[in-house]
Design a protein around this ligand. Structure first.
Ligand code: GLU
Ligand code: MG
Length: 479
């Protein structure tokens, strides 16, 4: 679904005070500081990061305070590292075992965007640093930057892109056992977009103005389900844009009396919302997933990348699909990737290799990770993927034969013969996989890994005496 061949990340330019400025979407170059923001009519800058539940968190400063925020950041509690999915704070991670302390949230100024859907506000991703300005081990964006730097030291460049599936309902139709979909007609039909015509037009406009390039938008398979795919970019940009895309969707939905749910599974028994994560790696400009003589045209390094991902998949998925809603989404037969296997263009495989073709060009090849969703912190998700893949390259792994069937239709014996296993299905199994995996753990760092563990345990404890539908409901509007 992603076109790696058209991978150029566009940075729309705009100038404060021009029509584009008034409409929002003005980019950083034109809005370098607080005064320029204020002149352009921006009243507040929202600094956003994602926590260990994949939930965006934020602080908003008045435009006049933005320059000070660039210099010194704004104070936030270190305990955001141990917030669970329902805003409970767990003290089970001992280094963050008291309510004392403060860290600084620093905007990343060159990523500032005036929001097209909220023209009074600008949006900027944040980095978390210790009170004295030094590195803070729980800063998720920093975790990803380290993996990107590690890849660069090996001469490897990554591209990443997200598919974003979501569910739309009319505001007010959302508090029963099931969320009533905004439209329940044929999947993929143009009438599905017609049902949300004004929203869809605004979304396309605002994504463009906000600098989130997409390949396409469509009415997806599930009732009320829609999808767009963000064009590939370097990993940190891809994660920043995934966060910005959420804000853009929520604003456009609200403007049209709609409500968007990004939850991995919105209604019991229906298809889930996957945020499939596509990655490719290149060396000296050549995509290593094509042009070789390995399976599906992969080079030896490209195959090793895929094999590394496959080897560490249970630990990776503990990061890329970590919530109780995620676990309910991962079922055979739903194209969400429930088993550890890879396949060429196999939509039931958790790792789908999308090969290059003469039509699409050598740059097109990429690996799609299906067990990935909104509950993943996008920076940690990409860091886990890159770390697992680089591990495969360092160890010179080769991938097993691809699986071209639905492994869910195989017998347990046949799966075992092919080394195909069900991905962890409980929090305990996921944490076992994560904590037992040296590569993904090292990428996250010991402090963050343990905080992440504590948060997952807290989520599980909260769900212990509740039925599955009740648990699902509690995740609907978090992301
Ligand atoms: N909705 C499916 C999921 O949960 C994905 C369908 C598709 O392949 O687009 O991941
Ligand atoms: Mg889809």
């Amino acid at each position: 679904m992603l076109d790696q061949a058209t991978a150029t990340a566009t940075e729309p330019a705009g100038e404060a005070g021009t029509q584009a400025g008034r409409e929002g979407g003005t980019q950083a170059a034109a809005l370098a500081g607080g005064q320029a923001l204020a002149r352009a009519g921006v009243v507040g800058v929202t600094i956003v990061w994602a926590d260990n539940n994949g939930i965006p968190r934020s602080r908003t400063v008045p435009a006049a305070q933005y320059d000070a925020a660039i210099e010194r950041g704004v104070g936030i509690t270190p305990l955001f590292a141990v917030f669970d999915s329902h805003d409970g704070i767990t003290f089970d991670h001992s280094p963050l075992g008291t309510p004392s302390g403060d860290i600084r949230l620093m905007p990343v100024p060159d990523r500032l965007v005036r929001l097209a859907g909220q023209p009074g506000f600008a949006w900027v991703p944040g980095r978390q640093v210790a009170a004295d300005g030094s590195a803070w081990p729980y800063d998720q964006r920093g975790v990803l930057e380290r993996q990107v730097a590690r890849a660069a030291a090996l001469g490897l460049d990554f591209l990443a892109g997200y598919e974003m599936e979501f569910h739309l309902s009319r505001a007010g139709d959302d508090d029963g056992d099931e969320v009533r979909p905004v439209y329940d007609g044929p999947s993929y039909g143009p009438a599905k977009l017609l049902a949300v015509d004004a929203f869809a037009a605004q979304l396309l406009h605002d994504l463009d103005r906000n600098g989130v390039p997409i390949g396409q938008l469509h009415g997806e398979y599930g009732p009320g389900q829609f999808e767009f795919n963000i064009s590939p970019a370097d990993p940190v940009t891809a994660a920043d844009r995934q966060l910005l895309a959420r804000q853009t969707v929520h604003a456009a939905a609200r403007a049209h009396g709609l409500r968007a749910s990004f939850a991995p599974l919105v209604n019991p028994g229906q298809v889930g919302n996957g945020w499939h994560l596509h990655t490719s790696l290149s060396q000296a400009g050549a995509n290593l997933l094509s042009g070789g003589d390995g399976p599906a045209g992969m080079t030896a390094e490209g195959g090793a990348y895929l094999a590394g991902l496959l080897r560490d998949l249970p630990a990776v998925v503990a990061v890329t699909a970590p919530s109780l809603s995620s676990l309910q989404r991962l079922r055979p037969g739903y194209w969400s990737g429930a088993y550890t296997c890879w396949g060429v263009e196999n939509r039931e495989a958790s790792l789908r290799l999308v090969p290059s073709t003469p039509l699409l060009g050598a740059g097109h090849a990429n690996v799609e990770l299906k067990p990935s969703d909104a509950a993943a912190n996008p920076y940690l998700a990409l860091a886990a993927v890159i770390a697992a893949g680089l591990g495969g390259i360092e160890d010179g792994l080769t991938p097993p034969d691809p699986v071209q069937d639905n492994p869910g239709s195989w017998s347990e014996e046949r799966r075992a013969e092919h080394g195909v296993h069900r991905l962890p299905a409980t929090v305990t199994e996921q944490l076992g996989a994560l904590l037992g995996n040296p590569r993904v753990r090292a990428a996250l760092g010991e402090e963050l890994t343990d905080a992440f563990r504590a948060v997952r345990v807290s989520d599980a404890a909260r769900a212990r005496d509740r039925d599955a539908a009740d648990v699902l409901r509690s995740y609907r509007w978090l992301y």
